[in-house]
Design a protein around this ligand. Structure first.
Ligand code: EPU
Length: 417
């Protein structure tokens, strides 16, 4: 199994190009199920999760062609078995995003329940409830959701909580439903907006994506389209946090600064100088960052997917930070690993009190999920001596060419088995 070896202490310097967003690419690939015509995508990130999604769609009969330049063509002219098996769903929860499109296009779907995962319980009851409101029958048998519907009907759906993939699943299903669907308390994440843009290009009628009420007027069919996937705001935030932690000076190219307000604000509070020009973000970090407290919240609040990286930053900051996680109930696993590197962290319920120390010391640590791994890499970049991060398959799921990009910024980082 691959590991990363990091020798810390080098301030990051130089330029890095941001990839397409994983969490936009995955739902957009699923949108291809809604039409028999070709969907051509650009700026697709080269990630394990994208390959897993391509495999899942391929099993259902979608023709998927991925090009080296980040283009991808998906054509679902004829669909076979509308099934997402447990093996795939358990490794990538986003596989549940096929449920809405399959049901809308084929009138049936069989999708494994994802089960719990490292960061929390993560039920899919809101996806189910919304589709039922649109007239679907969904039975849970042998760990699978068996869904069927003649044709989905538009409905008014009030979500109990803000859910990103829940909103995306229902929005996709509603594009082919009969009549109008209103999704209230919808997720406002930029990835939802990017998916809506792709669906609009395919001929869907959607209004309000990016606000908490989305209106979808169903159409009889969708056509082919071309779409460029938005830049990854979490990858961007991760490199910014790494630059801030290492006293670096980094320019990020091809980013979407307007999706990063909360992160940029917190980095400025930490003392970093940040300049934004169209699609470029430049960060110049201070000698040692100030401690900044964060509280995760749905967009436009501070992203839970940036929490681990900011805990690593707080670990070496000047002062004490309180990091509060409100989205997932178990997303502090990296705190114990950061302690192994010498961080001073006390967990109190859903808050972590982090007292910054002058320096961390390299050690062996274990990645538990994608963003936790990113936090550990950042800690490794500032720690004295050698840090080995185990289980980096988590990183490969969501960061394109991480060690190459960090290496180009001067980090001493290598992959080994
Ligand atoms: N929830 C329910 N019932 C549901 C759906 C969600 O109780 O039916 C709860 C969840 O358990 C959680 C909260 O609602 O406590 C929010 O979960 P959400 O559904 O928004 O999460 P998600 O859609 O499964 C996406 C991202 C995650 C990101 C979260 C929150 C994708 C593919 N994944 O997950 O990204 O953390 O939104 O922003 O878009 C990652 O990239 O590392 C990652 C985990």
């Amino acid at each position: 199994m691959d590991k990363l070896r990091i020798r810390g202490g080098v301030p990051l310097a130089g330029e890095v190009r941001i990839s397409g967003a994983k969490n936009a690419a995955l739902p957009i690939m699923c949108a291809a199920l809604l039409s028999s015509k070709r969907l051509t995508l650009a700026n697709m990130p080269r990630l394990m999760d994208v390959r897993t999604m391509a495999r899942l769609l391929g099993q259902m009969g979608v023709e998927v062609r991925a090009e080296a330049d980040g283009r991808m063509e998906l054509e679902a002219a004829r669909l076979g078995e509308p099934t997402a098996p447990y093996d795939l769903v358990k490794t990538m929860r986003a596989a549940v995003l096929v449920l809405g499109p399959l049901l809308a296009r084929c009138g049936q779907a069989r999708v494994s329940l994802p089960g719990g995962c490292a960061i929390g319980l993560r039920p899919v009851d809101q996806h189910v409830k919304g589709l039922q409101a649109m007239g679907a029958t969904i039975a849970i048998e042998h760990g699978y959701m068996h869904a069927s519907a003649q044709r989905l009907r538009g409905a008014r759906i009030v979500m109990d909580m803000v859910t990103v993939t829940g909103t995306e699943n229902l929005m996709m299903a509603a594009t082919l439903a009969e009549g109008t669907t209103l999704i209230e308390n919808a997720a406002r994440e930029p990835e939802v907006v990017d998916l809506a843009r792709c669906l609009l290009a395919m001929g869907a009628r959607i209004d309000g994506a990016g606000s908490d009420v989305i209106r979808i007027d169903g159409v009889a069919s969708l056509h082919g389209a071309q779409h460029t996937v938005m830049p990854d705001r979490i990858e961007t935030g991760t490199y910014l946090a790494a630059a801030a932690a290492t006293c670096g000076h980094v320019r990020l190219l091809g980013a979407a600064p307007d999706t990063l307000d909360a992160t940029l604000e917190k980095l400025r509070e930490a003392g970093a100088r940040i300049a934004v020009r169209e699609r470029t973000i430049e960060i110049q970090a201070p000698e040692r960052p100030n401690a900044v407290s964060v509280r995760t919240a749905p967009y436009p609040g501070f992203a839970t997917d940036m929490q681990a990286q900011f805990m690593a930053l707080a670990a070496i900051a000047h002062g004490t930070a309180v990091i509060t996680e409100t989205i997932f109930e178990n997303r502090f696993m990296h705190a114990l690993e950061l302690q192994r590197l010498g961080a001073d962290i006390a967990i109190q319920g859903n808050s972590a009190v982090v007292r910054g120390v002058e320096r961390l010391q390299g050690a062996s640590v274990m990645a538990t999920d994608l963003r936790a791994s990113a936090g550990l890499v950042i800690a490794g970049l500032v720690a004295e001596g050698e840090t080995v991060v185990d289980r980096i398959y988590h990183l490969d799921r969501g960061y394109e060419a991480l060690e190459a990009k960090l290496g180009a910024l001067g980090a001493r980082i290598e992959r080994f088995s």
